[in-house]
Design a protein around this ligand. Structure first.
Ligand SMILES: N[C@@H](CCC(=O)N[C@@H](CS)C(=O)NCC(=O)O)C(=O)O
Length: 220
């Protein structure tokens, strides 16, 4: 059986968890705390970069969530999460990369500010907020023809990746009022069983704040 090293509160893990649920693939979850256990020799033997998620399938170990998602989709093609048509595939890949390379890095400074982790300048915080708004405008534009999902009617890895990150920007008091397509898209995803099963209650997240603060401070 597949083994998934993960942490329930991790956005990087959640996208793999959601994909496994969408495809109804059984897996053995192995939870790390990320309180230093990621530096234990046993785990470093699995991922020398000390990060989750990691997927282990027999003698194959896959690190990096986007690589894991591709592996899962190729090995378990039903339902397919990557379109094959050129335009749709380009959009899906673009949404995945913009989420990882533009949105998430902009969320780090603002999350640090929320949790009282010092080290970010006012200029950095303002730039990060602008960057998030640019991503939201960009995604709104991609959904502007009122398509159900980024790739059209097909639920895809664009939803799995962006849909587990975009709604969190509300914690920075960013409203979706100016992004009606994105708001409806988010509501559609929130109704899915895979989203509901991977939603972590606020009370549980609250117990992890010291760990989250340390992880974010390490990224300064
Ligand atoms: N690019 C990686 C990022 C993974 C990542 O940063 N995971 C965080 C948790 S959300 C982690 O394991 N942090 C522990 C550490 O950096 O020591 C991916 O997409 O899988």
């Amino acid at each position: 059986m597949l083994k998934l090293y993960y942490t329930p509160i991790s956005v990087n893990s959640r996208r793999v968890w959601v994909a496994l649920l969408e495809k109804q693939i059984a897996f053995e979850p192995i939870a790390l705390n990320l309180d230093g256990d990621q530096f234990e020799p046993d785990f470093l033997g699995i991922n020398p970069f000390h990060r989750i998620p990691v997927l282990v399938d027999g003698d194959l170990t896959v690190v990096e969530s986007l690589a894991i998602l591709d592996y899962i989709d190729a090995k378990y093609p039903a339902p397919p999460l990557l379109p094959t048509e050129a335009k749709a595939l380009g959009i899906v890949r673009m949404v995945e990369m913009v989420t990882l390379n533009e949105l998430l890095p902009a969320m780090f400074p603002l999350t640090r500010q929320l949790l009282g982790v010092p080290g970010d300048t006012e200029e950095k915080l303002a730039q990060s907020k602008q960057q998030i708004l640019t991503v939201l405008r960009f995604f709104e534009g991609l959904l502007a023809d009122e398509r159900t999902f980024f790739a059209g009617e097909q639920f895809s890895l664009a939803e799995v990746v962006a849909g587990t990150a975009v709604p969190s920007v509300e914690m920075f008091e960013i409203s979706f009022d100016e992004y009606p397509q994105l708001q409806q898209w988010g509501a559609r995803l929130a109704g899915r069983s895979s989203w509901q099963q991977t939603e972590i209650p606020d009370a549980e997240i609250a117990t992890k704040i010291p760990i989250i603060r340390n992880l974010l401070a390490a990224r300064l």
